[in-house]
Design a protein around this ligand. Structure first.
Ligand code: SF4
Length: 139
């Protein structure tokens, strides 16, 4: 059986830097740290219940990244796909790195925001490796 992919689904937060951290984190994971093992998917398609997307996510691993306690990615994945294999909150990486206060600017994002995104991307990529290893053990 083909190796499962890990889909990364950031929330759609657009007005605040916490949403920007989620998107930037996803780009670093998918394009750099876990390139070839991960893909991103668009949350609005999941919210709409697009059949091909939902089926694909059911068959693969899924990681939600959210920017606030409303957890739009996690909650919509649970509703439409019925599972989430791992979840991350961008607020936690900010809390854990008090020396890196994210700049309010979202276009462009600031240097601290970039550094926070990279730190979170490292955590997400580690989880990607764990999920892939777990799949191998389970085969
Ligand atoms: S989780 Fe929070 S920041 Fe992200 S889309 Fe939902 S309301 Fe916006």
């Amino acid at each position: 059986m083909a190796e499962k992919k890990v889909y990364i689904i950031p929330c759609s937060g657009i007005g605040k830097v916490f949403g920007s951290i989620g998107r930037e984190t996803t780009y670093i994971v998918v394009n750099e740290l876990a390139r070839g093992k991960t893909e991103l998917e668009c949350l609005p398609l999941i919210v709409k219940g697009k059949k091909e997307v939902i089926e694909k996510l059911k068959e693969n691993n899924v990681i939600a990244i959210d920017g606030c306690p409303l957890k739009c990615s996690y909650n919509n994945l649970m509703e439409q796909v019925g599972k989430v294999d791992a979840q991350f909150m961008t607020t936690n990486i900010v809390k854990d790195n008090r020396d890196l206060k994210p700049e309010p600017s979202i276009i462009p994002i600031g240097e601290n925001t970039k550094a926070l995104s990279r730190k979170l991307a490292e955590q997400v990529s580690k989880k990607v490796e764990e999920l892939i290893e777990d799949d191998k053990i389970g085969e």
